[in-house]
Design a protein around this ligand. Structure first.
Ligand SMILES: *[C@@H]1O[C@H](CO)[C@@H](O)[C@H](O)[C@H]1NC(C)=O
Length: 136
């Protein structure tokens, strides 16, 4: 019985080590490309475990970025809220990242706030309009 546990432990540690070595973190970034309005972009992202706090980006500031490993236990999911406008009266809440059934490695989701809506490029692909702004 004891041997079985030792064996399982070894398999588990090996798996974790391989994972650390080969599985690059997933990256989500958010950019302010509010070309016309030149509005400040407010960003607030969080997962079940991590509240990443509020961040403010000016037009064409370096993208706000966070990175993480997918969890093996629960589905990794980050929700973000973006705000724009003179009084931050435009906003949108959306799922910025959600893992597949199996943990993924090295995925890049680039979100871009534009005047007409919120765009996404996955892994360097084409920018696609995903969401329109809600207004108070
Ligand atoms: C910013 O948005 C405009 C459209 O509003 C687009 O043509 C341009 O490629 C974007 N620039 C960057 C740096 O993403």
């Amino acid at each position: 019985m004891k041997l079985v546990f030792i064996f399982l432990y070894l398999i588990f540690s090996l798996h974790v080590e391989l994972n650390e070595a080969e599985c690059h973190k997933n990256i989500v970034d958010v950019k302010n490309n509010l070309t016309l309005s030149r509005s400040i972009l407010k960003v607030h992202c969080q997962s079940r475990d991590d509240d990443l706090g509020e961040h403010f980006l000016r037009f064409q500031d370096v993208a706000y970025t966070f990175s993480f490993h997918d969890s093996f236990v629960v589905l990794t999911r980050f929700k973000c809220i973006l705000w724009k406008g003179a009084n931050l009266e435009y906003h949108k809440t959306f799922v910025a990242y959600e893992a597949d059934a199996f943990p993924e490695c090295g995925v890049l989701y680039s979100w871009e706030a534009r005047d007409d809506g919120i765009y996404l490029s996955k892994n360097g692909g084409l920018m696609k309009l995903m969401y329109l702004w809600d207004i108070d």
